[in-house]
Design a protein around this ligand. Sequence first.
Ligand code: NDP
Length: 356
Amino acid sequence: AKVLLTGASGFIALHVLDQLLAAGYEVVGTVRSEEKAEPIKKELAKEHPNGKYQFEVVVDIAAPNAFDAVFQKHTDLKYVLHTASPFSFGLTKSNEENYLIPATHGTKSVLESIQKYGKNVEHVVVTSSFAAIVHRHRSGDPTFINDETTWNPVIWEDAREDAATSYVASKKYAEKLAWDFVKDNNSTFNLTTVNPPYVFGPQKFTFGLARASLNTSADFVNKALKTTPEYEGPFNQPAGVACDVRDVAKLHVLPLGKKEFNGQRLFPVSDTGYGIEEYEKGKFNFEKILRILNEKLPELKGKISPGGIKDNEAELSKLTYYRNKITTDSTKLTFYKLEDTIYDAAKQILDYEASQ
Ligand code: NDP
């Protein structure tokens, strides 16, 4: 079956692409330019010599009718995975232009193109975020559990001044738009969203490591590797709930063609899984990353910061409470352990640097 993957050059999308090809799907990936596709094609030729894939250029998902040409050309698309959305900070335009407009217009134009030209589309998966789930003002409140049924109450007017909050709001609005769209248009395709918290783990292809800065969450491990023993903190930031990029990718591929995932929000978290029912271990802060690195990569001892918080469990317990039982029950998956995710990401960076 033929699958459209938007934002195919992204950190998460490259893992999705790899898993789709491994499962035998034919993939049409959208990228912003031909140059973005070149290094991907080189790697795919090695890893998936018999894989069926091609790339289409969609310069800006925020442009009107951005996806029309793609759907007019590929009338046989059966599945659509929409991952493209701006996810970097320090951009130059207004927060509205940097985040809200591309996130919402991008989602809308994919869905509108499907409605117009995608007669054979049966299932759509939209990459949303834990940002759309989490009740920010009740972080650390053990009486409020964030899960697949909760929604971030943030409104744009309160978010627009701050880039990080604007990103969060852009994801909430984009996801809401998708659910409203299928309802308002009585769409015949199924919709599933994937709502990852901070995504960690190795890059699918190491060309990603050559970039000046990695994708925001992937960069936390890199930053920890670059600390010195004299590093003075902060140790409690960045912090949040974590998941592994390979699990996020799996949750994009798993629902395809499976009606039971229609209407579901899938929420992956490190160290959770079917039947495990323990939820505190998926939280991280900078201290936790440093501790994992020191423990799992003894060669780093004395070279990087040993950390600086005595009772880190107490620190971590102050972070957002969550449950992802709906996801683990319906998928029956067991997700990566945070220590393995951090180890794999760090090892890839260290091996790459040693090879340069
Ligand atoms: P990346 O920045 O690596 O991927 C984003 C992708 O979207 C890139 O391919 C990017 O293209 C593309 N893109 C962004 N803006 C536009 C635009 N205006 N027009 C066309 N393409 C665009 O980040 P991730 O892989 O982490 O993110 C993928 C998805 O996952 C996003 O929807 C993000 O919100 C979501 N997510 C990520 C989390 C994380 O911790 N990483 C957590 C929760 C959700 P280019 O590279 O050319 O700019």
